[in-house]
Design a protein. Structure first.
Length: 112
């Protein structure tokens, strides 16, 4: 399900970036000729095709987001669950005697 969600998000991003602003000339995108945009998408078909595709992709993205939320809230395990982990042996800690520091124990050499 999450693969569909990611794919739909990428499709929405690409389709939104492909659309032009309201004041942009459709013929400038497909070349300098005025008839080239009409040859590719038909007259006025560019806006309808892209806007319909964006609406469909956004609907799929929204539905997949809601499905993921529903699946996650009804799942028995929520994230990482460490309640059933048993410790195999207790942790061992080393304690220094009260009057000695770690410097005296580790690097002391006999004086001559």
């Amino acid at each position: 399900m999450w693969i569909i969600n990611i794919f739909a998000a990428l499709v929405v991003i690409v389709l939104v970036l492909m659309q032009q602003g309201k004041g942009a000339d459709a013929g400038a995108t497909f070349g300098s000729g005025s008839g080239s945009a009409q040859g590719v998408f038909g007259s006025g078909g560019n806006a309808n095709f892209l806007s319909r595709s964006t609406a469909i992709a956004a609907t799929v993205f929204f539905a997949s987001c809601m499905a993921l939320v529903y699946i996650h809230t009804n799942a028995n395990n929520h994230g990482l669950d460490f309640s059933t982990v048993e410790q195999s042996q207790p942790a061992q800690t080393q304690q220094q005697p009260a009057g000695q520091s770690s410097e005296q124990n580790s690097g002391s050499s006999p004086q001559q």
